[in-house]
Design a binder for this molecule. Structure first.
Ligand SMILES: O=P(O)(O)OC[C@H]1O[C@H](OP(=O)(O)OP(=O)(O)O)[C@H](O)[C@@H]1O
Length: 212
């Protein structure tokens, strides 16, 4: 089980390897604000030109679903529950797209359950090595189905900012597919839709902290 000390340690190590706060946020599945907080708690100085140090604990949470991810039977049960969220939809869906990495094993089970083909999308951040991440493109793996002319579900584990899901929706459309639903384990934004595509999640994270 990860606790905040583990997260601070991981964030400090990633910062030491030169990753930006945004990249650390992606790696640890937390918001950028939380990534900054974790790094600063680890004793690393703020990045130049960044907002002032966050002294209070931010309103983000880290979701550790490794108890599901490390056990194929649990993963299958949970994926069936995700499929159940969308299985009553009327739309004729022929393809389930998993977002690499964590979305793919979930999508594999969901595709089997819903009797669709399967595709795998690698987001741009996974191509990034150095320089501006905007200069990199994501892509669909050639080892799986093509998306053209298919109604598609898009599967991932977590929505944090929604950037990865939005990128995948755009990529599906650019490749001639039609995204008809996004399904995740946990939606930290509690979104109804992204770019006109309905979002379903097994769990939404809702902050009950009073506004500052
Ligand atoms: O909504 P966003 O702010 O875009 O963040 C959510 C994404 O971040 C994580 O991917 P990550 O690359 O960190 O991990 P993974 O490759 O293990 O799935 C997660 O699996 C989502 O794909």
């Amino acid at each position: 089980m990860k606790n905040v000390d583990n997260l601070i340690e991981s964030a400090t190590e990633l910062a030491g390897r030169g990753l930006s706060r945004g990249e650390i946020a992606d790696e640890l599945n937390v918001s950028r604000e939380t990534a900054s907080w974790l790094v600063e708690r680890g004793g690393v100085e703020s990045e130049p030109d960044q907002e002032p140090r966050a002294t209070a604990s931010p309103q983000d949470i880290h979701v550790d679903w490794s108890a599901i991810g490390r056990d194929s039977r649990r993963l299958t049960h949970v994926s069936h529950a995700m499929a159940d969220l969308i299985s009553k939809d009327d739309t004729d869906v022929g393809l389930t797209v998993g977002i690499e990495k964590a979305g793919v094993p979930l999508a594999t089970v969901i595709a089997n359950e819903l009797d669709t083909d399967i595709a795998a999308y690698g987001p741009a951040k996974h191509q990034w090595e150095e320089g501006d991440i905007e200069d990199f493109d994501g892509g669909f793996s050639q080892n799986f189905s093509a998306v053209s002319d298919q109604n598609c579900y898009i599967i991932d584990d977590i929505i944090t900012s929604g950037t990865t899901m939005k990128e995948t929706i755009t990529a599906v459309r650019e490749h001639g597919g039609t995204p008809v639903g996004c399904v995740v384990l946990v939606d930290k934004q509690g979104l109804d839709e992204i770019d006109g595509v309905p979002v379903s999640s097994l769990m939404n994270v809702v902050s009950v902290a009073p506004e500052e």
